[in-house]
Design a protein around this ligand. Sequence first.
Ligand code: HEM
Length: 400
Amino acid sequence: MPDTDVREFPMPRAAGCPFDPPPALKELQEEAPIARVRLPDGATAWVVTRHADQRAVLADRRVSSDMTHPGYPRGGPVREGPGKIGFILMDDPEHARLRKMVTAPFMIKRVEAMRPAIQRIVDDRIDAMLAGPNPVDLVEAFALPVPSLVICELLGVPYRDHDLFQHNSRQLISRSAPIEQRGAAFQALHDYLDDLLAEKLERPGDDLLSGLLERVRAGELTRGDAAGIGVLLLIAGHETTANMIALGTMALLDNPSQLALLRDTDDPKVIAGAVEELLRYLNITHNGRRRVALEDLEVAGRLVRAGEGLIMANDIGNRDPSVFDDPDRLDVTRDARRHVAFGFGVHQCLGQPLARVELQVVYRTLYRRVPTLALAVDRDRIPFKHDSVIYGVHELPVRW
Ligand code: HEM
């Protein structure tokens, strides 16, 4: 493709198969694995569509996650004002310094110790759902409360405030909400976390936020940065997993033989494998991993110049046929562990052990305890989150 060729960046997933990346991304993967695209704000960036190239760029220290850099492929106006969303948009060494402060609670051993508590939360929510109205919206009754309760417990955030943080998180990651609204949502979350930290300063608990305050006391962290990290963990901790639960359930209801494999097994390895496959197949972070080149670098045989933006479209990376056979088929028995649904490189998802345990418990429990679970409306009436940075369904009416 000549340099002058610039295509529109294909975003929404097709109405026919709402689980598949846009067909235009597949064409690019076959014909032009790195291509110039135009973003909604008129800026151009490179889109990288092959799995190996995506991992190479994401592991490359010559690219930056700093959104305030002029070449960063934002696609729209950037939120102004004080306060940062944790360390996700920072570069090393500051990124590594802050990330290290919250790594321990997300280590596999610590998260495994939470499995019984997560199982209790899942069982309780299923009990409550079964005792309530039928049909019901699975998002509201189950998919959103489960990870919200878990992350609240871990951070030391009172779950009774869930309306506030769920509403503002949705606004913040919306692609259609005006920039002022997103800014106000961030501010509301930041203020909320800051107030909570002030309370914990007086009465510390045995939780992650209280742990962060020790860093504040030691002068290693400002309270503002601690609140920013709290915002990041609170949002990332519930929105992503909630979407995987609801969208995963819809994908399994669409593929009854796969659902049966999952429901009828007692083997934790089979369940863990199914979780990886659903992460690969659904790739809810459909906005792509975004970076800006700090130096000239070569990607898939093309020169990317310093200051140019790069989008690693991990949804199509997860459908790369050179890594996954018959990639558009949901096959819960395949080995999907090389997926890039959690990103790659230094920013690879910090919460992945927690997300994995939550999804394993949910997928293992929900369909066994509610074996007659079915959609309560026509499939075409399910509203998808095309308008959000994180893909999923706004509602999933189900009956049993
Ligand atoms: C299925 C659920 C999840 C998915 C698909 C997911 C996906 C991702 C992805 C793709 C990134 C990389 C961002 C980048 O490269 O720019 C990321 C980063 C991150 N995730 Fe997750 N995530 C999930 C669950 C969670 C949970 C439960 C937490 C817990 C708090 C969490 C916390 C984080 C944090 C803190 C980062 C930033 C890491 C860094 O910048 O070093 N995530 N996640």
